[in-house]
Design a protein around this ligand. Structure first.
Ligand code: HPA
Length: 355
């Protein structure tokens, strides 16, 4: 294997010059630069980043721990993280904690042992021990999607990035109420996640704004996954007075809810109007096309990388939480006619209502 010294010899320059060309750390005359690049090519030289890490104590790698990476929402976040990291010359080590605190501790420890420079984590419903670990070891960390409270490690400043959750759900409920619905149900996510509690809070805000009472029988546990949501929706549809409209609090639960509706031979929106949290690329292929809240998932990932690199540059800076806007994509599963232009603001011209 060729070394940097071999490249320097072949190009007739110093090792320092080779290093400046390869790392872009100082301007180098064009013909010298070309001689170095030719030597790199001729000798098939590959920099040994492990050796560099021993000198710099930095690996230029980021650990990413995100549950449910097969969920399109998280896949898009991952794409945003990957693109942002690559642009800055960082590579990723990826793990899936499966929303299980014990598994989460294990994978985060493994990533830390690989000496990633920092970590981006979508925390599980109970991240207390995770916070303790990251705080004790002073691991530069950004949490995404789910927000966590300060945690048990004083002085451990971490950054967070997530989407708006409450307000968009309130808008869905307001919209359904504006269409005349009085029994609007919610299939809620995994308890313990901030996204779950914020979306429930938004549901309550929407009901209150429309002057509708909160009925706890209409809020059912979908646990953020399809099978539980299918059971929960089935239970809703079996109530003596079933809901006429439904809000599902994430994409997987939308799939489960649609299965339950189909199993009963019912149809959306005639028997049950449906509004969903999470848009996905085939949401407009469903019939009817799904009215959905779209999270800025790629941007969440990109922002997480920016926050992490900022913290690596200034470890002492104050903690920041960035909340990015979600958009309402108004289609027809809510019961609005389909033969009119879509509105990304969620307004429904027929009803003259905002959302
Ligand atoms: N959080 C936020 N949005 C989501 C999730 C989640 O865990 N899963 C699918 N959409």
């Amino acid at each position: 294997m060729a070394t940097m010294a071999d490249v320097a010899r072949q190009a007739g320059v110093s090792v320092a010059t080779v290093s400046h060309v390869l790392n872009g750390t100082r301007p180098v005359l064009p013909h010298t630069r070309q001689a170095v690049l030719d030597a790199v090519d001729a000798l098939a030289y590959t920099p040994n980043t492990l050796a560099r890490s021993l000198v710099t104590a930095r690996t230029r790698s980021i650990g990413l721990a995100v549950s449910a990476i097969s969920n399109p929402y998280f896949t898009e976040i991952l794409q945003g993280v990957e693109a942002g990291a690559l642009e800055e010359g960082y590579s990723l080590l990826i793990a899936d904690p499966h929303d299980d605190p014990a598994h989460e501790r294990k994978v985060v420890r493994l990533l830390h042992e690989r000496r990633v420079d920092g970590m981006i984590v979508a925390p599980s419903p109970d991240p207390r021990e995770l916070l303790g670990y990251l705080g004790r070891h002073g691991v530069p960390t950004v949490f995404l999607d789910r927000l966590v409270d300060g945690g048990p490690a004083p002085g451990f400043a971490f950054d967070q990035v997530c989407a708006e959750n409450a307000e968009p759900v309130a808008r869905l409920v307001t919209h359904l109420a504006g269409l005349g619905h009085r029994r609007i149900a919610l299939v809620a996510g995994l308890p313990g996640l901030s996204t779950t509690s914020e979306r429930i809070a938004g549901y309550r805000q929407g009901l209150a704004g429309a002057g509708l009472p909160y009925d706890e029988r209409l809020v059912v546990p979908g646990n953020s996954e399809a099978a539980a949501a299918e059971r929960a929706t089935g239970a809703l549809l079996s109530l003596p007075a079933p809901p006429t409209a439904l809000v599902t609090a994430n994409n997987a639960m939308t799939i489960g809810a649609l299965r339950a509706v189909r199993a009963r031979g019912l149809s959306v929106p005639a028997d049950l109007a449906l509004c969903c949290f999470d848009d996905f690329s085939w949401a407009d292929l469903f019939s009817p096309r799904l009215t959905a809240v779209s999270q800025p998932s790629r941007e969440i990932g990109a922002q997480a990388v920016r926050l992490l690199l900022e913290r690596l540059d200034s470890p002492g800076r104050a903690a920041r939480t960035v909340r990015l806007p979600s958009a309402l994509v108004h289609r027809t599963s809510c019961g609005c006619p389909g033969d009119r232009p879509e509105s990304s603001s969620g307004s429904c011209p027929e009803k003259g209502s905002d959302a």
